[in-house]
Design a binder for this molecule. Structure first.
Ligand code: A3P
Length: 341
């Protein structure tokens, strides 16, 4: 029997089966054959039970902070100061695999195991009742993420936050300016949103990243082809901002997490910050840092009109989708639908 050396054999294999070049990881513990060869030292218990998928600038960090106030909920961030996200499903991390030994140091299983070993991550007292979650705000508009997530975490619950896409775009633009993005500093918001096909590449790229996550219905439909509707929760981000306690009640119900945590006693409105914050012992408050809830001038009327038109059809589609799911329309969506185009 003749065979090629391993590397050449692998090349040959992928020439014959090119569709298998892109891996799709499943939970090794879900299939007996895989579980039997999975090392005893490894665990499948550290996979998230739910994910906050974004999109960016809708209040995902506030939701993350509020979730962590619950005694049965824990997350992936090594430090509450560095809001570094796992970004597993939407980046090259995915290709490193789910097994630590395959150099996938940041891969999901490994990520949780490593933190657990280093004692950064509380080991759940009882894995079946503990709610581990991951928040990566770029998952929402990602083409690959829902398919990959559903293959590995078919039972996971998915939480998404939606605010008026026009406000989201503006907040995102301000975020880019604060991070000194060259194009965001050079061009006005109106330049960015209204750039045409022949515009400079850096402007077009900024425009895409600014506007495309706001095509909510398209992205949601993609998630809903991979996850059943009862596993997906759509939160009105404006409501999270104005009345977080009642939103957190709904979130707890959706997750089925116990014991019930009373957020109306644990959160307080900080007039200086202008947002709801965690109430600490002794009456002090813990708010999100300067980068969340920034101060910037209101959006110009011309940009608002442009964006309402730009998102109009997508907002109509979103309203149909929410209707189909039997969900109420957020007030920002009603307002947008009432605008005459
Ligand atoms: P702005 O800074 O533009 O006001 P994300 O965490 O997904 O990046 O979202 C950031 C946005 O969350 C902020 O955008 C802010 O409006 C909103 N937000 C909602 N509740 C908040 C809270 N309690 N504290 C700070 N920001 C909050």
């Amino acid at each position: 029997l003749h065979t090629l050396p391993p590397l050449q054999l692998a090349h040959k294999y992928f020439q014959l089966f090119p569709e298998q070049r892109n891996p799709l990881w499943q939970n090794p513990c879900d299939d007996k054959r895989h579980k039997d060869i999975w090392s005893k030292e490894k665990t499948c218990d550290r996979l998230p039970k739910f994910m906050v998928v974004g999109p960016q600038k809708t209040g995902t960090t506030a939701l993350y902070l509020f979730l962590l106030m619950h005694s049965s909920i824990s997350s992936n961030f090594p430090s509450p100061k560095t809001y570094e996200e796992v970004q597993f499903f939407n980046t090259n991390n995915y290709h490193k695999g789910i097994d630590c030994s395959a150099a996938g140091l940041y891969s999901l299983l490994c990520f949780f195991v490593v933190l657990q070993v280093h004692g950064v991550f509380p080991v759940p007292s009882n894995v079946s009742t503990d709610f581990l979650f991951e928040k990566s705000a770029n998952y929402f508009p990602s083409e690959d993420t829902p398919r990959r997530a559903a293959a590995l975490l078919p039972k996971a619950k998915i939480i998404t936050l939606l605010i008026n896409p026009s406000d989201r775009a503006y907040s995102w633009y301000q975020h880019q300016r604060a991070h000194e993005d060259h194009a965001a500093l050079k061009f006005t918001f109106y330049d960015v949103i209204s750039a045409k096909a022949g515009a400079p590449a850096e402007l077009r790229s900024l425009q895409n990243r600014c506007l495309l996550p706001g095509l909510y219905s398209t992205h949601l439909e993609r998630w809903l082809t991979y996850y059943p509707a009862n596993q997906v929760m759509i939160i009105d981000g404006h409501q999270l901002r104005s009345d977080p306690a009642s939103v957190m009640d709904e979130v707890q119900k959706f997750l089925g997490v116990t014991p019930h945590f009373n957020y109306s006693q644990a959160l307080t409105f900080d007039p200086q910050k202008g947002f709801w914050c965690q109430l600490l012992e002794g009456g002090k408050t813990k708010c999100l840092g300067k980068s969340k809830g920034r101060k910037y001038p209101p959006m110009e009327a011309e940009a608002r009109v442009y964006l309402s038109r730009y998102y109009r059809e997508h907002n109509v589609e979103l309203s149909k989708l929410l209707h189909r799911l039997g969900q109420p329309l957020p007030s920002w969506l009603r307002e947008e639908l009432q605008k005459v185009s």
